[in-house]
Write a protein that binds this ligand. Structure first.
Ligand SMILES: Cc1cc2nc3c(=O)[nH]c(=O)nc-3n(C[C@H](O)[C@H](O)[C@H](O)COP(=O)(O)OP(=O)(O)OC[C@H]3O[C@@H](n4cnc5c(N)ncnc54)[C@H](O)[C@@H]3O)c2cc1C
Length: 310
């Protein structure tokens, strides 16, 4: 039976709660706003599956022999690129999966601007996943939903933090030919509670929020801004060094405890593809820099490589 003794050893990936055959594990919020599993011991049959599949307790070995292939790239669709945090590669890959009749999973805002994983089967539906949300996304039933689509033989692109991809593989306990995974180089995930308190502060002045972008490129990709649009038409915009949410995030003051001890910050990954900002691109490939966003793309597996070639 899973029990959290040391919070730095739980990523909150939801694999244990998703796999429990008795559905007796729920994810409960702690005083910092992070989710942890809690077992209803009256329903638990002590089958041990939750512990057996936990990706932190049983780390899947990573093949360290092959160096990932690294690329600098950006989406030539200027509009999509400007809406994206880096070079807009996520939308390119996701569109290719949708065109194969597939399904894409990613992190999107809920009505109250909390962040949750969900899926889409349409190109238009990808808009909700575009742009980084610097808050831990709740996985919910996404692993189970992805498994259902995979069992139907459909293509699935599952995107998220490296620990969420680790959680997915732990839950599935096997690979599927039609599963493609894309993670990110992850600074760590801020507390959903800190995020909601920050939004409450912002709502005090202008009430209803209609849109949020953590990575607005109005002042450029390098000097990106937090931008909040209110229903009354007022727009808040502050660059990363000034906005209080971005400052506590980048100073590591509100990250999940497990992020400070992350087992997934490795060069080689379980994912097929890793995306990130190619910071410093102007020093190595000046021709790829125009301050609109350049992605760093790392390819880890033959499946990722074949997908990229297509
Ligand atoms: C919490 C977090 C920390 C990051 N830290 C770094 C870093 O330190 N260095 C670096 O170079 N890059 C970092 N990135 C990645 C970078 O910000 C871009 O997300 C990435 O380069 C993809 O950009 P894009 O332009 O291709 O696509 P975009 O359209 O900008 O990205 C969309 C993708 O991001 C995913 N995503 C958005 N928010 C979340 C979330 N909360 N949890 C999980 N997935 C999410 C979506 O599911 C989708 O796959 C981080 C991203 C996140 C979400």
């Amino acid at each position: 039976m899973i029990e959290i003794i040391n919070k730095s050893q739980c990523n909150g990936c939801h694999a244990c709660a998703s796999v429990c055959p008795k559905q007796c594990i729920s994810m409960q919020t702690d005083n910092e706003g992070f989710l942890y599993p809690q077992v209803d011991s009256s329903k638990c049959t002590r089958c041990g599956l939750c512990e057996k599949i936990c990706p932190v307790l049983h780390k899947k070995p990573i093949d360290e022999t092959m160096l990932p292939k690294a690329y600098a790239a950006y989406n030539i669709d200027e509009e999509i690129r400007m809406q994206s945090s880096s070079g807009g590669l996520f939308t390119l890959f996701a569109t290719a999966i949708i065109h194969r009749g597939g399904v894409v999973f990613g992190a999107s805002f809920h009505d109250d601007f909390s962040v949750e994983h969900s899926f889409t089967e349409s190109v238009e539906g990808l808009a909700k996943f575009r742009g980084s949300k610097y808050v831990q996304s709740k996985i919910g039933d996404s692993y189970k939903q992805a498994e259902t689509f995979l069992q139907q033989g459909r293509w699935v692109l599952f995107t998220g933090t490296p620990c969420q991809i680790g959680g997915l593989y732990a839950y599935l306990r096997r690979d599927y030919d039609t599963l493609l995974t894309q993670d990110i180089i992850c600074h760590g995930v801020p507390s959903p509670l800190v995020w909601q308190k920050y939004l409450d502060e912002k709502r005090k002045e202008n009430k209803t929020i209609s849109a949020v972008s953590f990575r607005d490129k109005e002042k450029g990709w390098k000097q990106f801004s937090m931008a909040i649009t209110f229903a009354n038409g007022i727009r808040y915009s502050k660059t990363l060094g000034v906005d209080s949410m971005m400052r506590v995030f980048l100073s590591d003051w509100c990250l999940r405890p497990s992020c400070h001890d992350c087992a997934y910050k490795t060069k080689n990954r379980h994912s097929d593809i890793t995306l990130a900002d190619y910071w410093g691109i102007e020093k190595v490939h000046l021709e790829m820099f125009d301050d609109k966003g350049t992605s760093l793309l790392l390819v880890h597996t033959p499946k990722g490589e074949a997908f990229l070639r297509n």
